[in-house]
Design a protein around this ligand. Structure first.
Ligand SMILES: [Zn+2]
Length: 260
């Protein structure tokens, strides 16, 4: 281990790092034995991690893999991954695994953009657990990009969830729109874009969206990093919405989002 590796701290806390953690988890990327090529495991991102923030995560990693590759609609690779690695986890753990992933699971068929029909599990996933997984990934990527621990609140909006709360659902559409309308096209990063890519964008006047994660070319997650040292109401729209003030957000293309 070179001297530069010594004294590294964990990406989540300031404890000394004892290992490395993949962000996102390595299990999302198909293995060579399954897909007969290693091209989907190029330059996986790792961050230094302490025991606490690494050891407890393997169950969460498997949960995330099942949700993204097994439930959420995705590309052909995600489907293939579902047929191999996710299926093995299913066989090993049986139906209990499905029920740890979601409530009221049902098998349905979906059609992708190219017209291929494939089976998917549909149900109500454990949103809080998913949110926690994405928070870890977000903090890891933040550390990877800026070489410092993120302290503050990660606002996480999952594009592939239909939120029961209508305000949350509207907020999701707002995030999607906000990202589409971003004037400075952000750089897409990630060495295996078929599996995972991400984009950081400069915060706008509201600090509304700072990052988008894309899994299997289809499942997006929006992240707004709100630093704890931000004195100004950085996330103005969130504040207005959560305090119950009637808020209308307009976009240049004429679309409009009204809250409260
Ligand atoms: Zn830690």
């Amino acid at each position: 281990m070179g001297s530069s590796k010594k004294n590294q701290t964990c990406y989540m806390c300031s404890n000394p790092a004892t290992s490395k953690e993949h962000v996102p988890p390595a299990c999302l990327f198909p293995e060579e034995k399954d897909i007969k090529t290693s091209i989907f495991r190029n330059n996986l991102i790792t961050v230094p991690s302490c025991d606490l923030h690494n050891s407890k995560k393997s169950k969460d990693d498997e949960f995330l893999m099942g949700c993204l590759a097994g439930i959420v609609g995705n590309n052909v690779i995600g489907f293939f991954h579902n047929m191999t690695k996710v299926r093995r986890a299913l066989e090993r753990k049986g139906n209990d695994y499905i029920h740890t992933l979601m409530k009221d699971p049902q098998t349905k068929t979906m059609q992708n953009e190219k017209g291929h029909v494939f089976p998917v599990l549909v149900g109500r996933p454990d949103l809080e657990r998913l949110r926690s997984c994405f928070e870890h990934i977000s903090c890891g990527l933040f550390f990877h990009k800026f070489r410092k621990i993120f302290t503050g609140t990660c606002h996480i909006i999952m594009d592939f969830i239909t939120y029961e709360n209508p305000e949350a659902e509207k907020y999701k559409l707002l995030c999607r729109k906000r990202f589409e309308m971003e004037p400075n096209k952000p750089k897409t990063e990630g060495s295996n874009p078929e599996i995972f890519s991400y984009e950081f964008i400069e915060p706008d006047e509201f600090g509304l969206i700072a990052m988008r994660l894309t899994f299997y070319e289809g499942a997006n997650v929006f992240i707004a990093f709100q630093g704890e040292d931000s004195k100004e109401p950085k996330n103005l729209i969130t504040e207005l919405i959560s305090s119950g003030v009637k808020t209308i957000v307009n976009f240049k293309d004429g679309s409009e989002f009204e809250f409260n």
